[in-house]
Design a protein around this ligand. Structure first.
Ligand code: ARG
Length: 460
């Protein structure tokens, strides 16, 4: 007799190729513990609803515990003949406890079962990801704290724009990651709803108690429409979208790290353990990790597109298409978990080179806006002051010096409003200190933001 549960209806066994094509056990076996968790709650509910005897429940519980131990010990032979994790586990159970195992599937279907398993699995992964994002934020906040006073050129259009604090730059990413975490936590509420009880698509004729199962599994709500419960994977799409945005943020930081490390910039160094050499060019130290993060962003965004295309135009209710939800979802989680772990470690291995950053600020007339603001404060309309400074910049460019290198006489030839207090605003440090309001780059503000984030990260 074939092991397939529906074989009685068929005249011939399924072809070998079809078996391989339709099986999911190779990848869904990682859901086994969650499948068992769901089954134990389902069985307990069935017993309390008077659908399953106490004896059967006890047999299911002891059988499942043995299976959990076998899984932990790596003793299970997952069988492709049993197609997926759900039928494998049920078969193992039945081998151990007989008829009680065969009664477990009462009042449910693999359709509501698999949707429940993925949600339980994803919920746990989101909790891990939230902690990993916080750890990376902590590494960045530490860097911001140590470098609040370090001046670097801030860029717009990749041209030196204004001096900023390196700490402020790090905190920009802490903000982005903070929103990434909000998205994860928000998405978790929609993941954390229970499909179980929807059965194949229409519900079940048994007097089940869905609230009870939901309580046992820690779901915050139950899906209110059976068709929707078994078919939609919007929660997985949403998670992959949040993950794509997270990776997009990390790809931006990666891009910056890559050029900051390049000898042309030499703003920072990352520890050797995050770099590789070249097989031919002995001088090379390549930033492989940030480059791979940049590359893996495409992979995660690809999973988002894959999942949303998988769902597009699917009629209600469950279709086998949905079995294709797993690999993109699993790979998204593996990729972002590994990326976050390595990133936090890598940022803790960053060495900052303040002298090189400061030298770059002095090469780009980064305090030109400060001079314009200075003249406005002395009464000149901003448009006129913009013009005065543009002429001063042209002269400094011709003389290949910084604005602060021009003598007072020369500066006064552009505007009589300039007096010797001008040099305080022309230095990079003066420029930083002057931007002293919430959201500004002054070291005072950077330190206030560091304190704010430390409190937020502590309070969970
Ligand atoms: N392995 C399937 C999946 O991942 C489980 C549900 C199958 N249901 C069905 N009626 N064929 O979606």
């Amino acid at each position: 007799m074939s092991e397939k549960n529906w074989s009685g209806r068929f005249h011939e066994p399924v072809s070998e190729l079809v078996k391989q094509y339709t099986a999911s056990i190779e990848f869904d076996k990682c859901l086994a513990n969650y499948d068992i968790q769901g089954s134990l709650a389902h069985a307990q509910m069935l017993q309390q609803a008077g659908i399953l005897s106490e004896k059967d429940l006890a047999a299911i519980q002891s059988g499942m515990n043995e299976i959990l131990q076998d899984i932990a010990a790596g003793k299970i032979n997952w069988s492709i003949d049993l197609e997926d994790v759900h039928m494998n586990v049920e078969h193992l159970l039945t081998q151990k406890v007989g008829d009680a195992g065969k009664r477990l599937h009462t009042g449910r279907s693999r359709n509501d079962q698999v949707a429940t398993d993925i949600r339980l699995w994803l919920r746990a992964k989101i909790d891990l990801i939230v902690d990993l994002i916080k750890d990376l934020q902590t590494a960045l906040v530490d860097l911001a704290d140590q470098n609040a006073e370090v001046v670097m050129p801030g860029f717009t259009h990749m041209q030196v724009a204004q001096p900023i604090s390196f700490g402020h730059h790090m905190l920009a990413y802490v903000e982005m990651l903070g929103r990434d975490n909000e998205r994860m936590i928000d998405c978790r509420h929609r993941v954390n709803r229970m499909p179980l009880g929807a059965a194949a698509l229409a519900g079940t004729t048994f007097p089940i108690k869905r609230e009870l199962t939901a309580d046992l599994l820690g779901f915050e709500a139950i899906c209110q429409n059976s068709l929707d419960a078994v078919s939609d994977r919007d929660f997985a799409i949403e998670f992959t979208a949040a993950s794509s945005i997270l990776m997009m943020h990390l790809s931006r930081l990666s891009e910056e790290l890559i050029y900051w490390i390049s000898p042309r910039f030499a703003f920072i160094d990352i520890a050797d353990r995050f770099c590789t050499g070249s097989s031919i060019m002995p001088q090379k130290k390549n930033p492989d990790v940030p480059e791979l993060v940049r590359g893996k962003t495409g992979r995660v965004v690809g999973h988002l597109l894959g999942l949303i295309t998988l769902m597009k135009s699917q009629p209600l209710a469950y279709n086998k298409d949905n079995q294709e939800d797993k690999e993109p979802l699993f790979d998204t989680v593996t990729t972002i978990v590994d990326t976050l772990r390595i990133y936090a470690d890598m940022m803790r291995g960053v060495t900052v080179k303040p002298e090189n950053m400061r030298a770059a600020v002095l090469q780009g007339f980064a305090t030109a806006t400060d001079l314009a603001d200075y003249l406005v404060k002395k009464g000149l309309p901003f448009r006129d002051s913009h013009e005065v400074v543009a002429r001063a910049v042209r002269l400094a460019e011709e003389q290949q010096c910084d604005l602060s290198d021009l003598s007072l006489d020369v500066l006064q030839s552009f505007s009589e409003l300039i007096t010797d207090d001008v040099y305080a605003v022309l230095t990079p440090e003066g420029s930083l200190n002057a931007r002293n309001h919430v959201g500004g780059t002054s070291p005072v503000q950077v330190r206030a933001q560091v304190a704010r984030w430390r409190a937020l990260l502590r309070s969970g």
